[in-house]
Structures are given as structure tokens and as C-alpha cells.
Ligand binder design. Sequence first.
Ligand code: CA
Ligand code: CA
Length: 223
Amino acid sequence: MKSKIALMILMLAMLFGITPAVHAQVKITAEYNSVSTATKAFNFKTVPPPASDDAASKAKLVLVDGELDPNGADLSALTDGVLPTDEDEPAKNLFFNAGTGGGRFSMDLGSAIEIVRISTYSWHPNTRGPQVYKVWASDGTGSNFNSAPKGTNDPTAYGWKLIAVVDTRAKQGDDGGQHGVSLTDAKGSLGKYRYLLFDFYVTETADDYGNTFYSEVDVVAKK
Ligand SMILES: [Ca+2]
Ligand SMILES: [Ca+2]
């Protein structure tokens, strides 16, 4: 338990501490369906619904740091195109273990591709609904590239570039419900990358249940 708490503190420090400047062009679009309006269709105002045939569907996912909650799905749930049909469906979501501060995983797309959009989707009736994460990308060609830097290491020192810091928590009140996020770039492409690295953080530490229920992560390649 001591190591879990240490990891949580470290990850929170990394999230709220000094972070390198994010690529100025990346646009973060975060949209939300309340508990009463969310449906299994995951329809948002402008964020497209999750896809089953996106570039992430064939990606290889690896758990780099942290532990998954045994009550939830494994990493494959993030890219299988399958969605929960209810607001509290652990088996259809990926979430890090209760009492831990989140974790890190990588995604290997197989080859470097032009990425036009990364979208993330989550659904839960209360504090496990919002998304708090960082995502880095790499083409994997740098001499210092490490495909699996542990959570204590800043990926930018290992050949990764920070793409976005996402936080969809409401400023006040309950923000349970369905959250959809799209990362895009005014230039039409986030860049040409083979690897993505995600840090998922807890939304709160008031209790052990702050790890978000992630339903899907889409990576859309340029056509
Ligand atoms: Ca997908
Ligand atoms: Ca899924």
C-alpha cells in the first residue's frame, strides 16, 4: 500500500507541477452528457462517437506502470470498439485499481501514421466519469527512445513529445456522466507518430474510487 500511495503522490505532483509547454496548436474539445441525458450511443455535440475501425483498433497496448482494477476490463477494452450500455458497467471499462493514483500505458500503432484526431470516452455516474490524463507521442526513431518509461520518468527525456494535458472535471459540483474528448490540430494533423503514451490520473483522492471508467480510445489516421 505504501508504494501505491507514493505512486499516487508522484503522479499528482507530475500532473500539477511544472510541465513543459504543450504544442500550441493542439485543440482540446471536451464535451459532456449528464447522467440523465447520456445514452449508449455516446453522441456528443461535435466529438464524434467512438469508432470500431480506427487506427487504434489494431494497436498493441502495453501496461507500463500502475495496476488495473481486477473488477474492470483489461487494456483491450480501450480499443475494441465495444461500449458500455449503462453508466456503471465495470466489465466494459478500463480503470486503474482502487486506492492507486492511476497509471501509464503505451500504444504501438505498428508504423508511423499521420494522426488527425485522438478521442477518449468515459462514462460513470459520479467521480469516475471525468477524464484527467496526459498523452505523449513518438515516432520511435530517436536514439534516446524508450517505449516504456516508468511512471517516475518524464517521457520527454526518452524521445516522447507531450501532445496534451486533459482535465474534464467541472469547476464545481457533480460531473458524473459521459465525457468525450477530441484532440485535433488546426493544421489538420497532430503529427506523424507510431507510439502513444498515456498517463491516466485519479479525478479525486477523497476516497479510493477516483480512477476513471474509460470506455474507448480512438486514434484516427489521415485518409
Ligand atoms: Ca475504437
Ligand atoms: Ca471499448
